[in-house]
Ligand binder design. Structure first.
Ligand code: TSJ
Length: 639
């Protein structure tokens, strides 16, 4: 650093970024893969803001071969000129916490959202970061290491490295392996996010490239139909009841955009976005949308005589039966609450969305009576089913509370201390038998399940609850279950800290895991939200060298690595399934808390899980098998 007047300021700046490196979780949520991907989104949001401000039409996101990421756009370019006290504005952006807003005169800051922390945090958590700005005929460059500028400025101005008639910003950064547990970006999550961003910004084209692979993968995301296209794609394989309905409006300075369509299925999918941020936990915009919908459909149903005077109103869940909807709003000052800070809290949004939804639905349905009638038909079907199910449930709960222990299938553990207890849900009787012998019976319970449990997405609830294995499971967990029409689920009663799905590493195993996750996701989502659900990762191989220690290998990468690092002859044993392991092996590889590998099913998977489920269950048999097969080897060796 020079002896310039901004010395004092630089010191506080560096202290700021030092705090980020000390407690990264405070700024990006976690240092797991989720936090890692978040770095890209944080930078990307700046370019999207530039698009929202009306100056950028193209964004490129490149996962580079060296593990770094490059995000670039064709916007105006970050201001490089002198800002207050002699620091270039660009420097201030990258070295000051929360600097973003200061120059940002676009009306909607995405940075107001989930962990919206700005590019300085990305800078602080990167081994190196470089910025190239094209503006005013010149190309400027700046570089940082772990948040520290490494180029000395002359008179506070950035060095010029070339000329250009174009404008734009390009940022390249390599996440610091001193900070992150893993530094490999997860491409599926990133591609989803880019696609979502394209749907929400129909004027934007996003190019994606993954250069880490031998064969470079390139994709373009451009969705000129916006959220209408989003709905169409989500309902691609479903039987739709009407064309996508779209409306937008402005109320109380909040911009509201909605697209929806009913399909002939027994579930709802209402997704909310605030300033392009997906709100997993919903919030006021969603509440406003839902309450307007419920009111309107009920008053039309009475007007049309479909609901008689003596009839009860449809519930909100009835009204949303079969509904796929996207509610996207733009708010100048969004506030978020909830466990993952993804629940909109602004009361004005509820009022505004409800007003616009109300006005626009009335306008539409008054002119489209046939559509209205088929929508009400969906609610009627749901109400009928609900009433049957309410009966079925009362019967089930009163009759069978204590009866299914007689299956004798659950081998419970002795301890009643839920914090220490685990339950393994094991596919197949033979693996179940081995697991029962191998387990630590003090803390580990075993529940073998046979074959394929019920497809919960398709089955109605009384069928689900009639399934012996599911009943045993619900009973064993001890918390009841929740479902659209009431909530009997009580997570404080959970008897096991860990619920561990143990299935073979093959197609059928993947199917069983998906079905179980669907069941949990639909009827006991708190189990997933609160991180109680895990997937056991049994090894794929055992290597037995002529000399030296035997080793279990958990994936093909580990095998490749072993081959490269061990020059001795060895026998390679491939496990086909859990059933092949004797109890001792099962203990060593999959049950022993000291040695086993578990994948935690996290909230980040929740949205993806539900989509996958819908995809899996909605499709015919052949594509379903392909999908599961393709993904069977993709489980991440986290935790
Ligand atoms: F912040 C960042 F460095 F992470 C970043 C910012 C990364 C990337 C890839 C792009 C951007 C960015 C910033 N793209 N476009 C802009 N635009 C501005 O910062 C900008 C330009 C001009 C004016 C103006 O009022 O003239 C205002 C702004 C906010």
């Amino acid at each position: 650093m020079g002896k310039n007047t901004y010395d004092a300021e630089s010191i506080t700046v560096l202290e700021g970024l030092e705090a980020v490196r000390k407690r990264p979780g405070m700024y990006i949520g976690s240092v797991s893969t989720r936090g890692l991907n978040h770095l890209i989104y944080e930078i990307l949001d700046n370019s999207v803001d530039e698009h929202l401000a009306g100056f950028c039409t193209e964004i490129k996101v490149i996962l580079e071969a060296d593990g770094s990421a490059t995000v670039s756009d064709n916007g105006r370019g970050i201001p490089v000129g002198m800002h207050k006290k002699g620091i270039s504005a660009e420097r201030l952006v990258f070295t000051t916490l929360h600097a973003g807003g200061k120059f940002d005169n676009s009306s909607y800051k995405t940075s107001g959202g989930l962990h919206g922390v700005g590019s300085s945090v990305v800078n602080a958590l990167s081994k190196h970061l470089s910025v190239t700005v094209k503006t005013g005929g010149f190309v400027y460059e700046d570089k940082y290491e772990r948040g520290n500028p490494i180029i000395e400025l002359e008179k506070g101005l950035l060095p010029v490295i070339g000329k250009s008639k174009e404008t734009g910003t390009c940022v390249n950064f390599l996440p610091d392996d001193e900070i992150f547990e893993k530094t490999r970006f997860k491409e599926d999550d990133i591609k989803n996010r880019l696609h979502e961003t394209a749907y929400l910004n129909p004027g934007l084209t996003i190019y994606y490239e993954d250069r880490r692979k031998e064969e470079v993968e390139a994709q373009t995301f451009h969705e000129p139909d916006g959220i209408i296209g989003y709905i169409k794609d989500m309902n691609k394989t479903a039987e739709t009841i009407h064309d996508v309905i779209y409306f937008k409006g402005m109320s109380d300075n909040i911009e509201i955009e909605v697209a929806f369509q009913y399909i002939n299925e027994f579930h709802e999918n209402v997704m909310g976005f605030v300033n392009n941020i997906y709100t997993l936990e919903g919030g006021t915009h969603i509440t406003g949308f839902k309450s307007a919908f419920t009111n309107i459909i009920n008053s039309y149903a009475r007007e049309l005589g479909i609901l008689k005077e003596k009839d009860q109103n449809f519930t909100g869940t009835d009204v949303r039966n079969g509904l796929t909807a996207v509610v996207s709003i733009k708010h100048t000052d969004p506030r978020f609450e909830g466990q993952t800070k993804t629940k909109l809290d602004n009361q004005d949004a509820a009022k505004a969305v409800s007003k616009i939804t109300n006005d626009e639905l009335v306008r539409y349905f008054d002119r489209n009576l046939e559509t209205l009638k088929s929508v009400i038909g969906c609610a009627e079907k749901a109400a009928k089913l609900r009433k049957t199910e309410e009966k079925a449930r009362t019967n089930m709960l009163s009759k069978q509370k204590y009866s299914f222990d007689s299956n004798g299938k659950l081998s419970n553990c002795e301890s009643k201390d839920a914090k220490k207890c685990e339950i393994f849900i094991v596919e197949g009787d033979s693996a179940g038998g081995s697991a029962k012998m191998a387990r630590n019976r003090m803390y580990q319970a075993i529940l073998p399940i046979r074959g394929k449990i019920l497809n919960v997405e398709k089955a109605s609830i009384d069928k689900v609850l009639a399934n012996a294995e599911i009943k045993t499971m619900i009973y064993a967990f001890g918390c009841g279950f929740s479902e659209g029409y009431g909530n009997d689920f009580d997570i404080t009663k959970l008897r096991y800290d860990k619920i561990i799905i143990m299935a073979d590493a093959d197609v059928d195993g993947a199917h069983i895991s998906t079905l179980l996750l669907t069941l949990f996701f639909r009827f006991m989502p708190e189990l997933i939200y609160e991180g109680h659900v895990y997937i056991a990762m049994p090894p794929l191989y055992k290597v037995i060298p002529q000399k030296g220690e035997e080793e279990y290998l958990y994936n093909d990468e580990a095998l490749e690595k072993y081959k490269k690092t061990h020059n001795v002859s060895y026998k390679l044993q491939r496990y086909k399934g859990l059933g092949e392991m004797d109890p001792e092996q099962l203990w060593e590889t999959t049950l022993d808390p000291q040695r086993r590998l578990l994948k935690r099913v996290g909230i980040e998977d929740a949205k993806h899980a539900s989509e996958t489920t819908e995809l899996l269950m909605g499709l015919e048999v052949p594509p379903r098998r392909t999908f599961i097969y393709e993904n069977a080897n993709e489980a991440e060796l986290d935790v």
